[in-house]
Design a protein around this ligand. Structure first.
Ligand SMILES: [Zn+2]
Ligand SMILES: [Zn+2]
Length: 220
């Protein structure tokens, strides 16, 4: 899926050859605590400029890799081309990252929701597949119904960065059942953080005790 070469029978992960899988661009050093923007320094408490003035309403956001090269191609296939068998291997990457961080104090794993009309069109919500696989690995329940998308919006990826926050404003509704619970929000990709901001903000508004976010890849 990444290099376009013939897929070997054994040395592979799902539809990605072993060499490309090993070369997926992990974020090597520090990241912004709130939005996971990669940073070349080694200060673990790093907070990026925008987050200093207006942080995402989360305890933290973790991103495993950079949305580029083979990881971009794998995630694109996972999202658009029904390569749903990547859910397990990608969840394993996210699990390793969370265990390194050492914070698994959550009551529920909640995927960033997709509007049900869009799920019908695409057939699946890749964030939910990822969240289910991750939840199983870390022994926490996946509860997709705690957060729903109430408007069928333009895809964030088609919009200019400046239009993304307005596009997702008020688009999510959290169940009252999130009250006093600790929520791990899961998505495949984080770009401006507008989606995480809207989802986490709604979970907090509905009374969640704490919200943190984990994504596979962060765009720069
Ligand atoms: Zn390859
Ligand atoms: Zn930041």
């Amino acid at each position: 899926m990444a290099c376009g070469g013939e897929l070997p029978w054994r040395a592979r992960t799902a539809s990605c050859c072993a060499a490309c899988w090993a070369a997926l661009p992990a974020i090597p050093a520090a990241k912004c605590r709130f939005c996971a923007l990669p940073w070349s320094g080694d200060d673990p408490g790093f907070i990026c400029g925008p987050c200093l003035t207006d942080p995402l309403p989360v305890d933290w956001t973790e991103a495993w890799g950079c949305y580029q090269g083979p990881l971009e191609r794998v995630l694109h296939a996972f999202k658009f081309n029904r390569h749903d068998f990547f859910a397990g291997p990608l969840a394993a990457l996210v699990e390793g990252m969370l265990r390194r961080r050492g914070d698994l104090e959550f009551d529920a794993v909640v995927p960033v929701p997709m509007h049900r009309a869009k799920v019908r069109r695409r057939g699946y919500n890749q964030a939910e597949l990822l969240a289910r696989a991750l939840a199983k690995r870390i022994g926490i329940r996946c509860e997709p119904r705690l957060l729903i998308k109430t408007r069928d919006l333009d895809a964030q990826s088609k919009l200019a960065r400046s239009a993304r926050a307005a596009n997702v404003q008020g688009a999510f509704l959290a169940s009252p059942r999130v009250a006093s619970r600790r929520i791990l929000l899961v998505d495949d990709v984080c770009t401006t953080g507008a989606t995480i901001r809207a989802c986490a903000g709604e979970l907090v508004r509905a009374g969640a005790d704490r919200v943190a976010a984990a994504v596979v890849a962060k765009t720069e």
